[in-house]
Ligand binder design. Structure first.
Ligand SMILES: *Cc1c(COP(=O)(O)O)cnc(C)c1O
Length: 404
């Protein structure tokens, strides 16, 4: 295997063309730095896509993976295992929830959440209660159910008949939600800060009103915290700073710090609807993933790391404001903690990808959130030196785009 020449061209030959990766191929990472095949070094302000919450190859995660890799990898869910039970105990102790379900991705966590909400409504209220309400621009994953609940039809169109009884309204528009909600509503699904949709925060009063509407109509409130969870916004979960708890919460991305895992959390009363045989996963809750996630969860769920996120947010906001003073390309920087979006002003509409490409040329990895927002989702423990150096690179990239 090792003598095979692996180039970017090989991607076009052997991979399904659903992605269009950049020309460089990363081969190694440490902390917030990544190196490519040519030994060029990059600063990572992307964290994969908001995944690598402790940077690359964090010693605590490497240690947990190594230790578990020599003990037990897989036993199936015919049996349970120690890392899964430890992780579940810690997650329920730290949140509103009583019960956890493990799977391998954000989409799978949401798939489980939506199936549970439907089953719960069916058991407790009857067949009429099947409506799922979600939000325009929302994102919940790429399985057919989750992508249909997501708020961009362009991602769910073109695959034949869709799962039904799913409606969308505008985020932060209470009267639109009120108008469409009824006793037929089974669940309202929302990101407590829209990520892929453009880094959009909910109004505090709005989110409280959504909770009240769910209570009024006996609908479950599902928070998709796949992107916001595990420290990303500076709280363990974003809901904790919104004054509103959901009935079901989904977590993935940062949860494994780069190792695939997803989780759904809920209360005992709701969890009771997923009886033996109703849902499952071959790999879900496997000892390797749970051991790494336990280490990530323990490391992030400390006041040192969570307060550090808020400190780092200030470094980014100051640095981006200084860049904007010079180049005037952003209308605002929004988001929370280390999930930030620099919103392009009128002059640069639709050009977020150009900023991303220019940054990569300057050896900096950033993300976009739609066509008008440059997104930052770095390691939660990134050093000040890496932030400063990365912002200097970003400034050079901005200069290039602005100067055409
Ligand atoms: C990334 C994301 C998902 C999908 O997670 P996968 O692991 O890619 O399936 C779902 N919801 C939100 C809010 C996300 O950001």
């Amino acid at each position: 295997m090792s003598e095979m020449s692996v180039t970017r061209e090989l991607f076009d030959q052997v991979m399904v063309p659903n992605y269009a990766p950049a020309s460089m191929i990363p081969v190694r990472g440490l902390g917030a730095r990544v190196w490519d095949q040519e030994h060029r070094e990059y600063i990572d302000f992307a964290g994969g896509i908001a995944v690598s919450c402790l940077g690359h190859c964090h010693p605590v995660l490497v240690g947990a993976l190594r230790e578990q890799s020599e003990k037990l990898w897989h036993v199936s869910n015919v049996l349970t295992n120690e890392p899964a039970l430890r992780l579940a105990s810690k997650m329920v102790a730290a949140t509103f929830a009583d019960k956890a379900y493990f799977c391998n991705s954000g989409a799978e966590a949401n798939e489980a959440a939506f199936k549970l909400a439907r089953r719960y409504a069916l058991e407790h209220f009857g067949e009429h209660k099947s409506q799922i309400i979600a939000f325009n621009q929302g994102f919940h994953g790429r399985t057919f159910f989750t992508v249909t609940v997501g708020g961009q039809a362009v991602y769910s169109d073109g695959f034949g008949p869709k799962p039904s009884a799913i409606d969308h309204v505008d985020y932060n528009d209470l009267s639109a939600l009120e108008a469409i909600m009824s006793d037929n509503t089974c669940a309202v699904v929302m990101e407590p800060l829209q990520g892929e949709g453009g880094i959009i925060s909910p109004d505090v009063e709005y989110i409280k009103a959504v909770r009240a509407l769910c209570d009024k109509y006996n609908a479950l409130l599902i928070f998709d915290e796949v992107q916001t969870g595990v420290g990303r916004t500076g709280a363990l979960y974003a809901y904790m700073e919104l004054g509103v708890a959901p009935d079901i919460l989904t977590s993935a991305k940062s949860l494994g710090g780069g190792f695939p895992i997803g989780a759904m959390l809920t209360t005992s009363a709701i969890a009771a609807s997923l009886k033996p045989g109703t849902h499952g996963s071959t790999y879900g809750g496997n000892p390797l993933a749970c051991a790494v996630a336990e280490a990530a969860f323990d490391t992030v769920n400390t006041s040192a790391v969570l307060n550090g996120v808020k400190e780092r947010e200030a470094w980014y906001r100051e640095g981006l404001a200084a860049i904007n003073d010079k180049y005037q390309c952003f209308s605002e920087v929004r988001g929370k903690g280390l999930l930030l979006g620099a919103v392009l002003n009128k002059q640069y509409q639709g050009q977020a990808k150009a900023f991303l490409d220019a940054a990569l040329e300057e050896q900096l990895m950033v993300l976009v959130a739609g066509a008008n927002v440059v997104r930052f989702a770095p390691s939660l423990v990134i050093s000040q030196e890496d932030v400063t150096e990365g912002l200097a690179r970003f400034e050079r990239a901005v200069a290039k785009v602005v100067q055409g």
